[in-house]
Write a protein that binds this ligand. Structure first.
Ligand code: F6P
Length: 323
């Protein structure tokens, strides 16, 4: 393997830069040239490619975002788009790819690899933590810590003003951020898409909560929950408890930015190195992850087909601890 391309695609995550750095340094170790593909798959189609050396990745391990930029690219979802992408790969004599991103990124990688017989290794890069084949995705730990820091501050106001705050966190299809941050902040209720919440149960908990803190509290809602997000939850609660002083706080993209946590830097560094090693050893069509602290390779077919299981027991424990 003489030349490897690396790209970041989909939503950016803290730790992507640490992963890019590891890919470049591992390439140097294995005598493979590494080129950066800018703006994800869009950059493959439109030939946005530059060589990356040690200098290019100097002083980036601690930075959020991605120096390669990222994008969601509809053209790449078509076979014609992927033909154009492969023409660029061919023109640059790129022999293997490392792609860093979430579900959509790995789906694209699977198709490109199969249709054009190209070795590709994926790295799990999404704050949502919803990829099968790894315990943690790159960026998840940082995002959870960002949410915890924000909710701790919100709780000060909730307590001082006897207010109920409904805090919406990211997770289009998954409740990992909501569950973990909800437990860490002692949230009174956590609403996630993986466990259905019955509205009467929610009212019951709020009724109980009213007695010990006059209705003050925190409800964490994953954006993909059954009710349709924090605003909808607020409407329902307001109807049932008109006397509650309720505020909604949608944390949004602050969860995707900022310096990666030590955990994310270490995870990204290890997986970035493993991805290059895997390509050099002739592996392809797989995502590299970490399960029970061991490096595991999972075929793209499986990472795409299966959902990462959420810890439902932890959700029940959260309910008990919130009483
Ligand atoms: O997939 C990561 C994620 O942050 C989701 O949690 C969120 O729904 C989505 O990206 C937001 O995407 P965009 O930044 O394109 O609006």
């Amino acid at each position: 393997m003489k030349k490897i391309g690396v790209l970041t695609s989909g939503g950016d995550t803290p730790g992507m830069n640490a992963a890019i750095r590891a890919v470049v340094k591992a390439g140097m170790h294995y005598d493979a040239e590494v080129v950066g593909i800018y703006k994800g798959y869009y950059g493959l189609i439109h030939d946005l490619i530059k060589p990356l050396d040690g200098n290019a990745v100097y002083n980036i391990i601690h930075r959020g975002g991605t120096i390669l930029k990222s994008a969601r690219c509809d053209e790449f979802k078509t076979a014609e788009g992927r033909v154009k992408a492969f023409e660029t790969i061919d023109r640059h004599n790129i022999e293997g790819l490392v792609v860093i991103g979430g579900d959509g990124t790995l789906t694209g990688a699977r198709l490109l690899g199969k249709e054009h017989d190209l070795p590709i290794i994926g790295l799990p890069g999404t704050i949502d933590n919803d990829l099968y084949g790894t315990d943690y995705t790159i960026g998840y730990d940082t995002a959870v810590n960002t949410v915890v820091a924000a909710v701790d501050k919100i709780r000060d106001t909730a307590h001082s003003h006897d207010r109920l705050f409904i805090v919406e966190v990211m997770g289009r299809d998954a409740g990992f951020i909501a569950l973990r941050s909800g437990i860490a902040t002692g949230a009174e209720k956590i609403l996630i898409p993986e466990a259905r919440t019955f509205i009467e149960d929610l009212y019951d908990s709020l009724e109980k909560g009213r007695s010990h803190d006059e209705g003050a509290g925190i409800i964490i809602v994953a954006e993909g929950d059954d009710f349709g997000g924090a605003m909808e939850v607020e409407k329902k609660i307001k109807k049932r408890f008109p006397d509650f002083d309720i505020r909604v706080s949608i944390l949004g993209h602050i969860q995707r930015g900022g310096a990666p946590s030590a955990y994310d830097r270490v995870l990204a560094s290890g997986l970035g190195y493993q991805a290059v090693k895997a390509l050099v050893e002739g592996r392809r069509g797989m995502m590299v992850g970490s399960i029970n602290r061991k490096i595991e390779f999972t075929p793209f077919e499986q990472t795409i087909k299966y959902n990462s299981p959420i810890n439902v027991e932890l959700h029940s424990i959260a309910e008990i601890l919130a009483l």
